[in-house]
Design a protein around this ligand. Structure first.
Ligand code: ZN
Length: 307
């Protein structure tokens, strides 16, 4: 039987908490600004635990009614050992046995995983991927991540590092990437890269991607071309993924997915034209549905699938 779950979406800027009722509805929320705690991770963990208890107390939920705590984190996570191996955007977070720490202090079972995996679980059970057995979730932000649901199960890989769609090389000679690779997909469609590109195209250093989206809505041809070219990079990166894994669905989320309407046909056309026949004929690409709540709902799914 499902019970309440405390879900946590641990971001580099903000940590979102949600109390989720047995039917999967977020009934109470709170948040912590991660940056306020960069200097002291113990203080951050204590604050997090304080907020977990606050959520339960406010709704008068006792521990017996809670099936677990689920936490999605932005980095390499070992869900079996409950270990945060490394968070690239949160200083000092390396080799922390977070599951054990939270369980000892709360006496509530705790499960941790990568945040993009959480998003994939959320979209699969409650969002755009409902009812699909094989799907890929891609999130477009500062980084580009991927979560794989294969045969109705989250696929994590041998070292829990599967799904790095952002580090698929688009060609042989492109720009270097933080990962050590070259011409990674992320180097073409990561938010910062796109912002710099927009600044050059529109000769305006301060232009935001939001504004390029608004311009496209007003039929600005350069803005429309900007999103179509971004869509072309996305389509190119997905050809190999579709050929390799033969999924039924690709769900695209993250900040710039707002501009999905200007990229959709380019992405689909490139995939259909370039993929192998069988894979290309059955693939569908859609925009994510859950927005900022995907990871919170995914944490709910993770807890319920784990116990
Ligand atoms: Zn890379």
């Amino acid at each position: 039987m499902n019970k309440y779950v405390v879900s946590i979406d641990f971001g580099g800027t903000i940590i979102k908490l949600g109390l989720i009722n047995p039917s999967g509805k977020i009934i109470l929320r709170s948040q912590i600004f991660t940056k306020n705690f960069y200097a002291d991770k113990q203080k951050l963990i204590n604050t997090l635990i304080g907020q977990i208890f606050n959520l339960l107390e406010e709704k008068k939920i006792i521990k017996k009614q809670v099936s677990g705590i689920g936490i999605g984190l932005p980095g390499l996570i070992d869900p079996q050992k409950g270990k945060v191996c490394f968070l690239p955007n949160v200083p000092g977070w390396r080799n922390i046995f977070l599951k054990k720490i939270i369980e000892e202090k709360t006496t509530i079972r705790t499960f941790i995983d990568n945040d993009v995996n959480m998003m994939a679980l959320g979209e699969w059970k409650y969002g755009a991927g409902k009812g699909y057995q094989n799907l890929i979730c891609m999130t477009l932000g500062t980084g580009v991540g991927g979560g794989l649901i294969l045969n109705n199960k989250l696929y994590r890989g041998e070292g829990f590092a599967a799904g790095e769609i952002g580090h698929i090389p688009l060609n042989e000679h492109g720009p270097g990437c933080n990962c050590g690779g070259q011409a990674c997909f992320e180097r073409y469609v990561g938010n910062k890269i796109l912002q710099e590109k927009a600044a050059r195209i529109f000769k305006n250093k301060k232009i935001t991607l939001e504004e390029v989206f608004e311009l496209a809505k007003k039929d600005n041809t350069r803005a429309i071309a900007f999103w179509e070219e971004t869509g072309a990079h996305i389509g190119r990166a997905l050809i190999g993924v579709v050929n390799l894994l033969n999924p039924r669905l690709i769900v695209i989320g993250g900040g710039i997915s707002r501009s999905y309407c200007f990229m959709a046909s380019t992405i689909s056309n490139i995939i259909k034209e370039n993929c192998m026949k069988t894979q290309g004929a059955m693939i569908k690409v859609v925009r994510a549905q859950l927005g900022n709540d995907a990871a919170l709902l995914g944490a709910f799914v993770l807890v319920n699938e784990s116990i």
